[in-house]
Design a protein around this ligand. Structure first.
Ligand code: SF4
Length: 768
């Protein structure tokens, strides 16, 4: 079996030596690189050959690439490299890598043209000064050939191993058996739909209730379909750590049930969680795990692929044994693992590495997107940027003389923009040219300083630099799916001003990411209505949808709407007493563990305080702002089996979804809010644009996001077919037909007519 590899990837594998250096240096952007290449080529004499495609075989290896240019008069093959700042500071191992690449092109070129020798020119092009620095080497064809052979031989063992791995993996996956005796109810339906989608390609939007085993119900069919679909990689993308954990558990289960399966699984964790030396820089002269990283990478990589199941703990262990950085070892292993489990940002973010690798490696990939109702909100954040006045002022304060004028210009453009704004919030049609121009000049000045003297700028300046770069990048592609707004918390002080490019419809940014994948399965308990998610995410128009029936019976869950209580803002104060009473009544009728959800910490505190005064005999515990992971664990530990008490929490927060409290650990939930986002200037503008674009302003801005949180929170109560419980929905609006339609079909809802919460006025299935 032939293994195809690019010259660049081959050299990165075989010719990289020495230290890792990931300190920020302002390298040219991709666009600048393309323009730089075009400029150099335009300077060459007529008859100069550009972009020469080269390909050859060595044993089972097919090596291909594209040499930048050839001057036949001088018999000179050229490789262009754009850079910024002094060449002196380019690490030696990077230069060596460039030469290795060019020598390999030289060998391929001599082979293709039958040349006995050639001159190689490494042309460095400074983006700022447009100056070329050319380094020359002359080689005979046999010398280049022997170098090429040596590089290939160094890689061929690995290529053979990879080919054998792929064949063994696909054979094992084709025969993979479900690791349990049978599927849960509903799980089979989900698995079949996922299997068909992965085989054929395209998108599936699967709404499936909690408790049916969605994780295994999507991972198993996707793995099973991998060989037939010719998939290279499977990416399991989750919104939060618990989702990643569940996926790894499911994969570990599959691994235990088919130990002969050589599948390689990798967990990606964020740099700040994986880093062993948070006080150091990622460079050989600072961090011991970056020093000589590439010299030890070969052995670490080989050890890692042997271990196959690379969760964070295992990767850390291997990295320690080989004295390399675990984070960057993980980044390298992204190339060599079959299944990668990581946060959304590894595929959806502006600089997502899994998305980039999919393109450069031409992988056929499948995406499994867990808790997919979170993608809209997360993607909005990824494609938004802001500039705060307080950061600008900090930068001005810390600026060296050389930057003072540029920062002053930004400040003046900022002042001019705000001169006419007395109100606390305003949306502008566009970012003024004067501000963009001032930012451009500042960015250029700071880039030059950073290129010449990295580390010279104070942290406040570097922070502002990155914020400005991000803001400028998004401003360049501003469209009506993104608001440009200015918030002034205080008219008296400009220190509180924030300029924001606020994405509200991320579909434009996500569409290329869906297009790059062969298949994608997005699943969640709350994807209603699917049109909302299709519109927001820009999924293909022919995306399939399924709504898996719940395995739970209506008798398992009592749902009561307390319509006499209003949780509207104006009725908040008056609602505290009836809510308190209803919670106590529900608890007394059926003592056990409950969660009570509120729209804000303030509301939560008001009710918790009143409740504590009135019913001191009932234990309560409250969510607090910014709880750490151990604090959150301790909150959840209070939900002991057969325990009695009420945990007060905020809807949409850490306890509103993604937590699992089966059996008597949780027997009910009180929900004192409709979950609607607050009416604010931002949301009102968002509503206006949603109306213009989709004709559904209120639903897309308020109703659907709110109800999604309600169903998620209520979904904490029934986790298995044995669970019994109750949910109290406190607000008359829950009885409205347009709201009822968004509640799960299997719920049977009772409506309480009296504020004391003791009378059943009506009862009906939610399918009405
Ligand atoms: S251990 Fe930390 S500082 Fe060192 S290279 Fe890794 S991420 Fe960078």
């Amino acid at each position: 079996m032939t293994y195809t590899i690019s010259v660049r990837a081959l050299c990165e594998f075989t010719a990289r030596r020495g230290d890792l250096d990931r300190r920020f240096t302002p390298s040219p952007t991709a666009q600048e690189g393309v323009e730089g290449h075009a400029l150099i080529a335009a300077r060459r004499r007529p008859g100069y050959e550009k972009e020469i495609a080269l390909e050859t075989e060595h044993g089972e290896l097919r090596v291909r690439g594209r040499a930048d240019g050839y001057d036949s008069t001088a018999n000179q093959l050229e490789e262009f490299k754009t850079h910024r700042g002094s060449l002196e500071r380019m690490p030696e191992n990077q230069r060596a890598l460039h030469w290795a690449q060019l020598r390999m092109y030289g060998a391929l070129f001599c082979r293709a043209r039958g040349l006995p020798e050639i001159q190689l020119a490494l042309v460095y092009f400074d983006i700022a000064s447009e100056k070329e620095t050319t380094l020359l080497e002359r080689h005979s064809a046999p010398a280049l050939e022997s170098d090429f052979t040596a590089q290939c031989e160094r890689f061929i063992g690995w290529a053979q191993q990879e080919n054998a791995h792929r064949a063994a993996r696909d054979a094992a996956l084709a025969g993979l058996r479900f690791p349990f005796a049978d599927f849960h109810a509903g799980q089979r339906e989900l698995a079949e739909a996922a299997y068909k989608t992965v085989r054929r390609g395209g998108a599936l939007l699967a709404q499936a209730p909690t408790g049916i085993g969605k994780t295994l119900g999507t991972i198993f069919p996707a793995l099973k379909a991998m060989p037939a679909a010719g998939l290279d990689r499977l990416f399991y993308l989750s919104a939060k750590t618990p989702g990643r954990r569940l996926a790894l558990d499911a994969l570990a289960h599959i691994e235990r049930s088919s130990p002969e399966n050589p599948l390689r699984v990798l967990e990606l964790v964020a740099r700040d969680k994986a880093c062993e030396y948070p006080d150091k820089e990622c460079a050989g002269d600072s961090c011991p795990l970056a020093r000589g990283f590439y010299d030890r990478l070969t052995a670490a990589r080989a050890a890692a692929v042997q271990r196959r199941f690379l969760d964070h703990a295992t990767l850390r262990e291997i990295a320690a044994a080989h004295h390399v950085c675990p984070y960057y070892l993980g980044q390298e292993l992204m190339r060599w693992c079959d299944v990668v489990v990581g946060d959304y940002n590894y595929y959806f973010d502006t600089s997502a590495p899994l998305y980039a690798l999919t393109g450069t490696q031409q992988w056929k990939v499948c995406l499994l997107v867990d808790e997919a109702h979170n993608v809209v909100e997360r993607a909005r954040k990824m494609y938004s940027a802001s500039l705060e006045r307080v950061s600008l002022e900090a930068a001005r304060f810390a600026a060296p003389l050389i930057l003072k004028a540029s920062l002053e210009r930004v400040s003046r453009a900022w002042e001019a923009l705000l001169a006419g704004q007395a109100e606390p919030y305003r949306v502008y049609e566009e970012v003024p040219e004067s501000l963009l121009g001032a930012l451009d000049r500042l960015i250029t000045a700071m880039t030059e300083i950073l290129a010449e003297q990295p580390g010279l700028l104070a942290p406040e300046l570097e922070d502002f630099y990155f914020e400005a770069l991000n803001f400028r990048g998004l401003a360049a592609v501003l469209e009506s799916d993104t608001l440009f707004d200015v918030t002034r918390e205080s008219a008296a002080s400009s220190q509180t001003d924030t300029l924001c490019l606020r994405n509200i419809i991320p579909r434009r940014f996500l569409t290329p990411r869906w297009t790059a994948a062969h298949a994608m399965v997005l699943f969640s308990a709350t994807l209603s209505p699917p049109e909302f998610h299709l519109d927001m995410l820009g999924l293909p128009a022919d995306s399939r949808r399924i709504d898996v029936r719940s395995p739970f019976k209506a008798e398992q869950l009592t749902v009561r709407i307390a319509r006499a209580i209003s949780t509207r803002w104006r009725d908040r104060a008056a609602s505290v007493e009836p809510i308190t009473r209803l919670i106590a009544t529900g608890f007394t009728a059926q003592p056990g563990n409950y969660l009570a959800f509120f729209s804000s910490f303030d509301y939560l505190q008001q009710v918790a305080t009143r409740f504590g005064q009135r019913y001191p005999e009932i234990p309560i515990w409250c969510q607090e702002r910014g709880m750490s992971e151990p604090e959150r664990d301790s909150f959840l530990r209070r939900f002991a089996p057969d325990g009695r008490g009420i945990g007060f929490a905020v809807l949409g927060g850490a306890f509103g979804e993604g937590i699992d409290l089966p059996g008597t650990r949780l027997i009910g939930a009180f929900i004192a809010t409709l979950g609607l986002p607050q009416v604010s200037a931002v949301n009102e503008e968002m509503q206006r644009r949603m109306e213009l674009r989709f004709g559904a302003g209120y639903a897309y801005t308020y109703l659907y996001p709110g109800l999604q949180k309600i169903v998620q929170a209520a979904g904490r109560v029934i986790r298995t077919t044995e669970d019994q419980g109750s949910v109290y929905l406190m607000d008359e609006r829950f009885a409205w037909p347009e709201v009822r339609r968004l509640l799960p079909r299997w719920w049977q809802v009772e409506t309480l007519g009296l504020s004391k919460g003791s009378s059943t006025a009506a009862r009906g299935s939610n399918t009405e």
